[in-house]
Design a protein around this ligand. Sequence first.
Ligand SMILES: Nc1ncnc2c1ncn2[C@@H]1O[C@H](COP(=O)(O)OP(=O)(O)OP(=O)(O)O)[C@@H](O)[C@H]1O
Ligand SMILES: [Mg+2]
Length: 68
Amino acid sequence: MAKTLEVTDLCKTYITNKRQNNVLRNVNFSVDKGDMVAVMGPSGSGKSTLLYTVSGMDSMTAGTVLFG
Ligand SMILES: Nc1ncnc2c1ncn2[C@@H]1O[C@H](COP(=O)(O)OP(=O)(O)OP(=O)(O)O)[C@@H](O)[C@H]1O
Ligand SMILES: [Mg+2]
């Protein structure tokens, strides 16, 4: 099946008051064309951060996102 989204080694670190918060550490996944995907996890685990970075609404610290 053709991939429509490929995320490789995605990292996102927030720095607040000189404290480093490594929210996403080397996240890897791909989504096949036509698939529906749900993001699940406890509050504060990084679901919104994942969506913001993968969509380009926020910057990544490291990694690549290939879409389409
Ligand atoms: N803009 C920001 N600046 C600094 N830290 C942030 C920022 N946004 C999120 N964080 C931190 O990143 C971590 C993940 O937050 P995120 O909002 O992605 O979690 P979530 O899984 O979407 O939570 P929820 O289920 O409550 O929506 C938390 O520790 C949060 O405090
Ligand atoms: Mg959220």
